[in-house]
Design a protein around this ligand. Structure first.
Ligand code: SF4
Length: 523
């Protein structure tokens, strides 16, 4: 396989972001058709949709940003570089020609502030490095691949991750919010051939960070996964994506091929796809789907996947977000954040915003930092933090650490939906309860029957009967006795809405929707 051409240091170069919600393929083709001497390189998205499609034109250590670039703008950018200048129309930033992370122009010159919100460490290469270029990637890790370190000294890889006390990120992780080194130890000490799974299967369409990493920085994810495989003595690595995410899969495959060509690892990386259904994102259902089972049900735990995972093998399963943190830990620089939960967390900010954006916050930052990253129509009424079954809150002054989020009864799945004043929190909680009723796998009674009762009790509110004690007791039962996280978290939007917006529930029982958005209730 030909090694994909890199972008770093090959000036002049035009980078065209291809991927995300705004495919830039037509810009890429137009730029390549126009180019005679300058390089035109496809990069991944930055995660900031307000900028997409984004084109970057670089020469002599300066880069011109062309956000929301048209096909014609892309041609003009190539022509400007060929003429020895930079294109007009967007902010320009000067930088080290060999920088491996996206250089950021001053905040006031950008059409979106999301690029400068928080930090860009795991996201640093997104939009800048050619996704499958090992040359670009090597510049970000001072030349040495993590997998090479893993081959040379697998114990040191494990020790560094254990010393960092790194915790798993996301709902599809085998160690969600828990230190991951325990699962690594269990997998490597259990009989059988360990396998490493990169679980990017996520059906909450607001959760875009894993897809972003695979589309934009797949080498960082796969290199860390390969280093992990050596640390736990695994025989193979599997990357698992949603069926519809063909670009993420394509780039993961290109990155896997590039790594195989570059590094002497005997561990193969395979890229596979699975169903998009909501439940497949639950980690044990992802394993069931990978085994080809048609009827997806969560497995009872214990034993967890580290003991009994894919086809019964000891399995280390992490999300791309977690592997990105593993890479940061192995890179040798301090992870920062809070000591018990170091590093950063990726949050996709969505809801009533002009355009969603994925941003990165250190775990000692607060969620309030996302407010400046996106434009919200109207005032902020509530945020749902943690995905579809996250917690509703008015207060974003909460640390981005797992303990901070859980302490505030919020979810940790890396999505923050912001809702303006027109949102009815009773209706919002009701929609999440219906989702739980419709999408649960049906295996266990607390979730299957509990989610039906949850919807019924919320319907009773609209009929004039707010049974808050029964709602709380039902939520407690679902939380404490459901088999998997789906059922354990399904009632959270309802309970947190009741805590923060109790008067709205009582108003609905009195036949009035304070936000005026519930048909047949508002007076
Ligand atoms: S909690 Fe829900 S999704 Fe999980 S096993 Fe039980 S019924 Fe299935």
């Amino acid at each position: 396989m030909a090694t994909p051409k890199g972008a770093i240091g090959n000036e002049p170069v035009v980078r065209i972001a291809v991927g995300g919600e705004h495919d830039g393929t037509d810009r890429l083709n137009a730029a390549r058709d126009t180019a005679e001497t300058v390089d035109v390189v496809a990069v991944g998205p930055t995660g900031v949709e307000a900028l997409a499609p984004l084109v970057l034109a670089t020469r002599d250590g300066a880069t011109a940003f062309l956000p929301r670039c048209t096909v014609e703008d892309a041609r003009t950018a190539v022509e400007a570089l060929e003429d020895g200048s930079l294109p007009d129309g967007g902010p320009t930033v000067e930088h080290d020609p060999t920088t491996s992370t996206l250089p950021l122009p001053p905040e006031e010159t950008m059409v979106s502030t999301a690029l400068t919100a928080g930090v860009r460490r795991a996201l640093g290469g997104c939009g800048w490095q050619a996704p499958a270029s090992v040359a670009d990637y090597r510049t970000s890790c001072d030349g040495a691949l993590l997998a090479e370190d893993g081959i040379d000294d697998p114990d040191a890889v494990h020790e560094r991750v254990a010393d960092a006390a790194l915790r798993g990120r996301g709902r599809g992780d085998g160690s969600t919010d828990d230190p991951i080194s325990g699962a690594w130890t269990t997998a490597s000490e259990t009989d059988g051939e360990p396998v490493v799974v990169v679980n990017a299967n996520e059906a909450d369409d607001h959760a875009r960070a894993d897809r972003l990493l695979l589309e934009s920085a797949p080498l960082a994810v796969l290199d860390a996964a390969l280093a992990t495989a050596h640390a736990v003595d695994a025989t193979d690595v599997l990357v698992y994506t949603n069926d519809t995410e063909s670009l993420a899969r394509e780039r993961a495959q290109e990155a896997a091929d590039a790594l195989a060509a570059e590094c002497d690892s005997p561990v193969p990386i395979q890229v596979v796809a699975g169903p998009d259904e909501y439940t497949a994102g639950e980690m044990t259902m992802a394993l069931e789907a990978m085994e080809g089972n048609d009827r997806l049900e969560a497995r009872r735990r214990p034993p967890g996947p580290a003991e009994y995972g894919l086809y019964g093998r000891p399995t280390v399963i992490h999300t791309p977000r977690t592997f990105a943190q593993v890479g940061q830990a192995l890179a040798g620089e301090g992870l920062g954040g809070v000591p018990g939960d170091p590093g950063t967390r990726l949050f996709t900010v969505a809801g009533d915003v002009d355009a969603p954006a994925t941003i990165e916050l250190p775990t000692d930052a607060t969620l309030a930092d996302v407010r400046g990253a996106v434009a919200l129509d109207g005032g902020l009424k509530t945020a749902c933090v943690g995905g579809r079954f996250g917690g509703l809150t008015r207060d974003l002054d909460v640390p981005a650490s797992a303990s901070g989020l859980r302490g505030a009864r919020l979810g940790t799945n890396g999505v923050i939906e912001l809702f303006d004043e027109s949102t009815c929190t009773v209706a919002l909680a009701g929609r999440r309860a219906k989702l739980a009723r419709e999408e649960n796998c049906g295996r266990c009674v607390p979730c299957r029957e509990g989610s039906k009762q949850l919807v019924d009790l919320l319907r009773d509110v609209y009929d004039g009967e707010y049974q808050d004690g029964m709602l709380r007791e039902l939520a407690r039962t679902m939380r404490e006795t459901s088999t998997c996280e789906f059922g354990q978290e399904a009632s959270r939007p309802v309970t947190t809405a009741m805590e923060s917006f109790e008067p709205e529930f009582r108003a609905h029982a009195d036949g009035r929707c304070p936000s005026g958005s519930c048909d047949g209730v508002s007076s």
